[in-house]
Each structure stands twice: as structure tokens, then as C-alpha cells.
Design a protein around this ligand. Structure first.
Ligand code: EPZ
Length: 429
């Protein structure tokens, strides 16, 4: 298994290109199941999760091809990918594939809407929490689907098609919002979704559905209204820049000091999170081609933050924020409200010398003057990158084990950091 070795202490200076968002790409790719025409997605990152989903979609009959690599740059950067689901050849998403990535459960919505039946393995728990699927089932049932759970699979049937409905989510779910928007786009009549997720990735999917001939209004607000259409067409659509990658590199610069342009980043996708980082002492300014981040010699200030659905502070930046404030000049408090077990990085940050205590869902972090390199273990995607950014600031050498987690969601992490002066390399075994 690969490891990442970091020799900490270097400032970051230069330019980091921000990739297309993983969490926008995945639902957009799944939307290709809704049409027999070609859906072309620009700015798709080259990530393990994208490759896994390509395999899963292939199993249902989706062909894909890649073009449009950026010239004179490594082929791992931003690709244009064409997806064509001419015929749905298999309505089953098997356990072997779904268990690798939870988002693959989301095929249930488009398959049901397009061919009236889907048999999708339940994703099961994962390291960050139990992550049930009740909201998917309840909301699709509201559109008239019959769903049985049998032998670890959700078997959904809508023999006479789906019918529009008025549904209110009792709890906000990004994935269930994506799925209901896709399903309702091919349902008969109007659907109103109250209390949907308002994440920018939901808006990106709604824009794509509209480019495909759908009628979706209100994405990004507290109510989404959808008028079903009988068929959707192909389209060309661009994946938004990754706001989590943006916030992560901003915090890396906060930890090491330096001055970096996050090229292509859009500050409007993470305004509130950037305000939290400014409060922690990072200088952040919007510039023409992205966001400029620097630290002006002052130290990191403590924060008091709760994770919340968008527009609140994202759970996907919680581990990195904790890494940042390990060296703050005071005591911080971070409460995780989205996932019940998303604190695996606490023990690992402690190996680097952080002083963190946990009580229920709240971590109290007493700032220490410096971190010291150590061997640490990556446990999930965002936890792993928090260890990398802490390692960049730690004295001496840090080795991060199990880096396959990082490859799921960070495109060319070492190359981007190396280009800005970090001493980081991958050791392949
Ligand atoms: C998406 O996961 C993201 N994944 C996650 O990013 C992100 O952490 C999460 O949203 C929250 O922002 C992708 O977009 C691919 P949810 P999702 O449904 O959709 C509960 C990363 O690191 N819930 O919004 O699976 C659930 O258990 C990942 O990139 C139910 O109770 O998250 C959680 O407590 C990890 N019943 C809360 O809702 C359900 O049926 C929010 O989950 C569905 C969810």
C-alpha cells in the first residue's frame, strides 16, 4: 500500500489549480442514466471514486469516452467525458460495486424513472457513520414507487411510471435530494421538494437537468419545484470547482504560511467557510482567476464552529479545520452535527502532538506551539488530508499510511503541493 512522506516546515508559495468537484461529478455522471442520448461533462477530475462510478455505470449499459485533455498538462488533469446510456442492460447494482462507494446507491432514482425498476444493494455503514437510506426510500415512495428491502437489496418498482408529489424531507440529505430531483424530472406532473439540500452540487445537477430539457426551479433554496417531462436529451455541462479542495488548500497555506493562488476556485461556493478561515487568521481575497490565500506572519486564532448543511460550515472540511487549529493561540471547539463518527483523525493528530479532547460530538482543541512528525494512519478521505496538511507544518518527517483514501477525492495532491514548495512524495510499494 502506498504511503505519503512529508518533511514539514516549508512555506507554500505559488499556484494550485483547483479541480472539478468530486461530489458534483458523481451525481452528474449518474444523471446520464436518464437519457439515451450523450451527456458530456467537462472538468471531470481524475479520481478513484470517478473511476469506480464509471465501472458501476458500465454495468448498467453506460458507454463512456474521454476527450479534451488540457493541452500541455498532465493527462490526469480535467477531462471531458462523454456518457451514453443507449440501453439499460441491467437494473441491478450489485453489492460488490455499491459497497465500495456509497454514492453508487443513487442510481436507484434514474433507473426507476427511466425503466420502472431498480435493484440496488444497500450501501451498508461506513467509517464515518451508519448512513441509512430511509430518506431515499420514503421520498421515492412519495412518487409512487413500491420498494421492498430483500436480501440486502432495495428492490424498487414503478410499473406505471412515477407520479409527481409534494414531499418534505424530515432531515436534509444531499444524496436523497439528488435522487429525488432526477426521479421527479421524468415523473408525470409536478413535484415540490421542501427542505432539500442546498449544496452547490445540487444546483450544479439541477442546471444539468435543465440543460437536458428538464424543468427544475429553486435548487439552492428551501424549495425545489420540478415539472416532469416525458424524456430528457443529451447535453454538455461543466462540473463546478471543488469547494472542499479549495478550503483544504486554503487551510494548508494557513498552517505553513506563504502565499498561494487557488486557480479556478470560486469563493461564492464556500463564503461562510472562508469567513471561518478568515476568523482563524488566514488572509483570503477574491481575484480574477480564483482566490488568493496567504498568512501575514500572525499566528492561527482559535475557532468555535459547528458543522451544518450548506450554507453552514461543511462536515467535509471539519477534519482539516481541526488540523489547522491544533497550532492556534488558544482553545477551539468543533462540533460535528452531520455524521456521528467523524472524529477518527483525532487520535492520529494526537500522534503529531495535538492536544484534543472529545466529549460526545464536540472536540476541544488546545493549541500547541508546534507539531512533530510521526507515522499516522489515514482513515477516511477528509481525515487523511487533515493529516497531510498537519504534516506539512510539523517539524521533521510524517508518514501517512493507507493513502488510497486520499486518491478517492484529491486529484494529484502531491504534485500540486510539491509545485508550491512542499517536501512531499509518494512511496509506492
Ligand atoms: C454527501 O454524502 C457527500 N457525498 C459527503 O461527502 C458529505 O459529507 C455529505 O453529503 C454531507 O455534506 C457525496 O456528495 C458523494 P447526506 P451523502 O445524505 O449524500 C443522514 C466526502 O468526504 N441520512 O447529506 O451520503 C446521514 O446518515 C463525502 O466527500 C439519513 O439519516 O450525505 C447523515 O447523518 C463523505 N437517511 C445526514 O443524513 C438517509 O436516507 C446527511 O447525509 C440519508 C442520509
Amino acid at each position: 500500500m502506498d504511503q505519503i512522506r512529508i518533511s514539514g516546515g516549508n512555506e507554500l508559495n505559488g499556484v494550485i489549480p483547483i479541480s472539478g468537484a468530486k461530489n458534483a461529478s458523481l451525481p452528474l455522471m449518474i444523471a446520464s442514466l436518464l437519457t439515451d442520448d450523450t451527456l458530456t461533462l467537462e472538468n471531470v477530475p481524475h479520481l478513484a471514486d470517478v473511476e469506480s462510478l464509471i465501472r458501476i455505470l458500465g454495468n448498467h449499459g453506460v458507454d463512456y469516452s474521454v476527450t479534451g485533455r488540457r493541452q500541455a498538462e498532465d493527462s490526469n488533469y480535467a477531462r471531458t467525458v462523454h456518457f451514453t446510456a443507449r440501453n439499460i442492460v441491467d437494473i441491478t447494482a450489485p453489492y460488490e460495486l455499491v459497497s465500495k462507494m456509497r454514492a453508487s446507491f443513487w442510481v436507484i432514482g434514474p433507473l426507476l424513472a427511466r425503466v420502472g425498476e431498480a435493484r440496488v444493494s444497500l450501501p451498508g455503514g461506513c467509517a464515518i457513520g451508519t448512513r441509512p437510506v430511509d430518506l431515499f426510500i420514503e421520498s421515492l415512495e412519495a412518487l409512487g414507487a413500491d420498494i421492498e428491502i430483500e436480501n440486502g437489496y432495495a428492490h424498487a418498482v414503478a410499473r406505471n411510471g412515477l407520479k409527481g408529489a409534494h414531499y418534505r424531507f424530515p432531515k436534509i440529505s444531499v444524496g436523497a435530494t439528488h435522487v429525488l430531483m432526477m426521479a421527479a424530472s421524468l415523473a408525470e406532473g409536478d413535484t415540490i421538494i421542501d427542505n432539500p439540500a442546498r449544496e452547490p452540487e445540487v444546483v450544479n445537477l439541477a442546471d444539468c437537468l435543465n440543460a437536458m430539457g428538464g424543468k427544475v426551479e429553486g435548487a439552492g433554496t428551501e424549495q425545489i419545484r420540478i415539472t416532469g417531462v416525458t424524456s430528457l436529451s443529451g447535453a454538455r455541462h461543466r462540473v463546478i470547482p471543488d469547494r472542499i479542495e479549495t478550503g483544504t488548500y486554503a487551510m494548508a497555506v494557513g498552517m505553513t504560511g506563504g502565499d498561494v493562488l487557488l486557480k479556478g476556485a470560486r469563493s461564492d461556493l464556500l463564503d461562510n467557510a472562508l469567513d471561518v478561515l478568515r476568523g482563524a487568521g488566514i488572509e483570503i481575497t477574491k481575484v480574477d482567476d480564483g482566490i488568493r490565500v496567504y498568512r501575514n506572519g500572525n499566528g492561527i486564532m482559535p475557532v468555535n464552529v459547528r458543522t451544518e448543511p450548506y450554507p453552514g460550515f461543511p462536515t467535509d472540511l471539519q477534519a482539516q479545520l481541526m488540523g489547522l487549529v491544533t497550532m492556534a493561540s488558544g482553545t477551539s471547539s468543533i462540533t460535528e452535527t452531520i455524521f456521528e463518527n467523524r472524529f477518527m483523525h483525532v487520535q492520529e493528530l494526537a500522534r503529531l502532538g495535538a492536544d484534543i479532547s472529545l466529549s460526545g460530538q464536540t472536540a476541544t482543541i488546545s493549541g500547541v506551539p508546534f507539531l512533530k512528525g510521526a507515522q499516522v494512519m489515514a482513515t477516511d478521505l477528509r481525515a487523511s488530508v487533515s493529516l497531510v496538511i498537519a504534516g506539512l507544518a510539523a517539524e521533521g518527517e510524517t508518514t501517512v499510511n493507507r493513502v488510497y483514501h486520499l486518491d478517492r477525492g484529491f486529484e494529484r495532491l502531491e504534485a500540486k503541493l510539491q509545485a508550491c514548495g512542499a517536501d512531499i512524495s509518494r512511496i509506492s510499494h
